[in-house]
Design a protein around this ligand. Sequence first.
Ligand code: ASP
Length: 583
Amino acid sequence: MYRNHTCGEIRMENSGQEVLLAGWVQTVRNLGGMTFIDLRDRYGITQLVVDDHTTDAVKNIASTLGREFVVQARGIVRERSSKNAKIPTGEVELHITELNILNEAVTPPFTIMDDTDGGDELRMKYRYLDLRRETVRKNLELRAKMAHVVRNYLDSKNFIETETPVMIKSTPEGARDFVVPSRMNPNQFYALPQSPQLFKQLLMVAGFDRYYQIVKCFRDEDLRADRQPEFTQIDCEMSYVHQEDVLNMFEGLTKHLFKELKGIDIVDFPRMTFAEAFERYGNDKPDLRFGMVIHELTDLVKGKEFKLFEEAEYIGGICATGCGEYTRKQLDALTEYIKKPQIGGTGLVYAKVNPDGSVKSSVDKFYSPDELMAWADRFGAQSGDLLLIMFGSREKTLPVISSLRLEMGRQCGFMDKENFKPLWVVDFPLLEWNEETQRFFAMHHPFTSPKPEDIGLLDTDPGKVRANAYDLVINGVEIGGGSVRIFDSALQAKMFKILGFTKEAAEDQFGFLMNAFKFGAPPHAGIAFGFDRLVSMFAGLDSIRDVIAFPKNNSGRDVMNDSPSPIAQAQLDELYLKLVKSE
Ligand code: ASP
């Protein structure tokens, strides 16, 4: 037997007992006649002590220990003289009677403690050592627990967990596919799934009725902060349901997760249309932890010879509650913030509501005091508030206001990570026009059904068609998304046509789906949650990397095993692949 207890469970009640522990040496402190060893395993840390009463044999072994040695220690539990209230085992220590080195360790490249001295890249390179740290491991434990709770919940609702293939047909719509060359089928390729979308729809045709899978998905996208080329979804599909049924089911799952994992009762779960989210929050994932909603001023400000407003299609902004005391310097910093290229703002007009209710603005010479008061009224502003107003085209300005709103939320301390505000955003547009390629793309994916009342518009004004598509948003983060599907092969064919597929291309890529639909496809709908995102949000983290055991870095590389990497010529030959020089 290697051990009969873990390093995290010994307490005062065990005093006098003999126990056997195994773990890693975190620290060795030599204090004259006494040596203290912190022994760590997954469950915690127990202090081992070597003193005058310890045998010479044990003393000799103890004197050779280094950090991260793997050891086994037998000893008697006793009360500590100087207790450590910070750890659960801090009242006791183990006076060791037997010590075995199970394995030695070279000095680790960084300290394996909560406050490590290792930088990001170094910790990624030695991820297995980073994972020994409690702060990192507990995120993975939360991940495992969440997966378990999700499974229990969905199993209890009759969902069948079904695996779908990882090597599939390439259907390059949406992101780019990662592809896998086939040795047995020269010059042909599998793709790794961007999601199991088509398979789960086929499972509905197959009569599975309710499907789920916690599944790896792969997207070869340009890496942005916090994107991983492989990530995990909680993927679900249901038959004989309307949008409302799906929203209720997954609202239930979301509430259940908050209750089970965080002890939080989510009461409000509002729904907002895409159009409203855009008008009031400037984006399709509103952060509802704070107000500062956007108000439009266009109708109030025109006709006053203020050129910037005269030329703008849209003028609007937010009221930053209690920020009326912002200094010139702070206001200039906000202007600089919105003018950053990635934000894309053109300028910022501000107005402060004075203690007497009068309004002082940066454009006083164009507007009378009463006119400025009317602006303040529109926002419901009080004395001490600051109005921040932006202008330009509606499409471009609302997102700029949204960025500033979030920045003000940060500055005002409204982004409490333990305050969770979920909502559904519904009625997304079906299609998105792409200027560059001069064609429509599906906003969600090509299998999303238009709202029945908008189907007529498909022929006349496709850009106006709304979809039965929905996103689950929590604290400004898109956590999940899904849609009611098209289940009629004629409508699906029409959709492919609008998306610019020739009949042949649609047949080649999606023929199997349209064919399946001819055999009695039930009405169906589904959703997928970003599992990594959900875990990182529950863990209070900003990055999904921290909830993935072996993540890639920001360039999509695994720095631990140095991949992607070249392959041998013989492998290339077998796969009929030829290397070309890259820039
Ligand atoms: N397959 C979709 C996605 O990955 C989700 C869905 O529509 O169910 O975003």
